[in-house]
Design a protein around this ligand. Structure first.
Ligand SMILES: [Zn+2]
Length: 379
């Protein structure tokens, strides 16, 4: 019996140490190659479609509230999303600051599987900035917004096409939310629109969110924001309000597909005001897939050079495939895996289980020893 106990302990130790070393190896494996690895799923995301969606948005012109390009851009997104979701809705609102004109704005929402209980929200802002405060010329003129605005919309529209065709296999409801009035706040002495703050559209949406779902029947799983996902040298940061498990799961998904640079094991941590904060404020786990637009490699943020020539289809592919794979892994019918407990957090379990088990076995062995010394009584 004692020998069996000792063998069991050794076995447990062996398994635990192996498990730990496997995890450590996978976490440290950051070779900065961005080659596609074989996926566990058939992935249909097509980066050319996403790229063309960006190109179309730029053809409308500058999508700044109060302009015809803005109106046309909204109609186009609504028309597109209507054909690749079950339900499409407009969320119209206006913004007026003291002494300033009133601007008509709209968020656009497309829903897949609206009858399901759990809701995964994908968001991207679709307005483009009215000023180029980081450029060296024409700072007061609007920017094309190919990456900052256009890229998130392009990827979401392509994801909607892919996931709509997969909808019968999905266990959840998916929202695609195209958010207006994100990018007109103040920076370097200039407002996009006078007295506006960043992320106005998502704040209004969250205030009105009960118009779009039934809290007694439906609940939110997470909010995943895509902002500037199409630039060259794509490397996502970790926004400080990001949900830990959501971050670990999505970044792990990306690395398993071979995108070690984009989804680094050691990303920069930054605090960024963006649309995800509105959803975080009502208790929904969030992630902001965004780059370091201050000191990172993509240097065209809020300049006139945020145009198609600085969009990289490979970055659209990396983002789209990773998200598609994440959804298929965690929200395919019959799959009980949850991103809420990641393997990264599981590696701590042996640290808890092992000492408890070891102490228990030690105490039991001691007791057995003492019992052995007691006289045995027979009837
Ligand atoms: Zn911006």
């Amino acid at each position: 019996m004692k020998k069996k106990f000792s063998t069991n302990i050794m076995l447990f130790l062996f398994i635990s140490l192996n498990f730990l070393s496997i995890e450590t190896n996978s976490i440290d494996n950051n070779d900065f190659s961005q080659t596609d690895h074989i996926s566990d799923f058939t992935l249909d995301f097509n980066e050319s479609n996403a790229y063309n969606h960006i190109s179309t948005q730029l053809e409308f012109g500058f999508r700044v509230p109060g302009t015809s390009a803005h109106n046309n851009g909204a109609e186009w997104i609504y028309d597109q999303i209507s054909t690749i979701t079950d339900v499409a809705q407009k969320h119209e609102f206006s913004i007026q600051k003291d002494g300033q004109p009133s601007y008509n704005c709209q968020n656009i929402l497309g829903k897949i599987n609206p009858e399901k209980e759990q809701i995964v929200i994908f968001g991207a802002h679709w307005d483009s900035r009215n000023v180029a405060e980081k450029d060296i010329y024409n700072q007061s003129q609007p920017i094309p917004g190919a990456n900052d605005g256009g890229s998130g919309v392009g990827v979401l529209l392509e994801l909607a096409r892919v996931l709509f065709s997969y909808k019968n296999n999905l266990s959840c409801q998916i929202w695609f939310l195209f958010i207006d009035a994100e990018d007109q706040g103040y920076s370097r002495g200039l407002y996009g629109l006078q007295d506006w703050v960043y992320a106005e559209g998502s704040q209004v949406f969250v205030e009105d969110i009960n118009e779009f779902y039934n809290p007694s029947k439906e609940s939110f799983e997470c909010f995943i924001l895509l902002d500037m996902v199409g630039g060259t040298n794509l490397e996502f940061v970790k926004e400080s309000r990001t949900n830990e498990d959501l971050h670990n799961s999505i970044f792990k998904e990306g690395r398993e597909l071979g995108y070690n640079q984009t989804f680094s094991t050691n990303p920069k941590i930054m605090s960024i005001t963006d649309d995800h904060l509105s959803f975080n404020s009502i208790g929904i786990p969030v992630i902001d897939l965004i780059i370091d637009f201050i000191a990172g490699d993509w240097i065209y943020h809020h300049t006139h050079s945020d145009d198609l020539s600085h969009i990289d289809s490979e970055s659209l592919r990396i983002t789209g495939r990773t998200i598609e794979s994440f959804v298929k892994r965690y929200y395919t019918l019959g799959n009980d895996t949850s991103w809420k407990i990641t393997e990264e957090s599981n590696i701590f379990i042996p640290y808890i289980i092992f000492p408890v088990l070891f102490t228990t076995c030690f105490v039991m062995i001691l007791r057995k020893k003492r019992e052995g010394k007691k006289p045995v009584l027979y009837h």
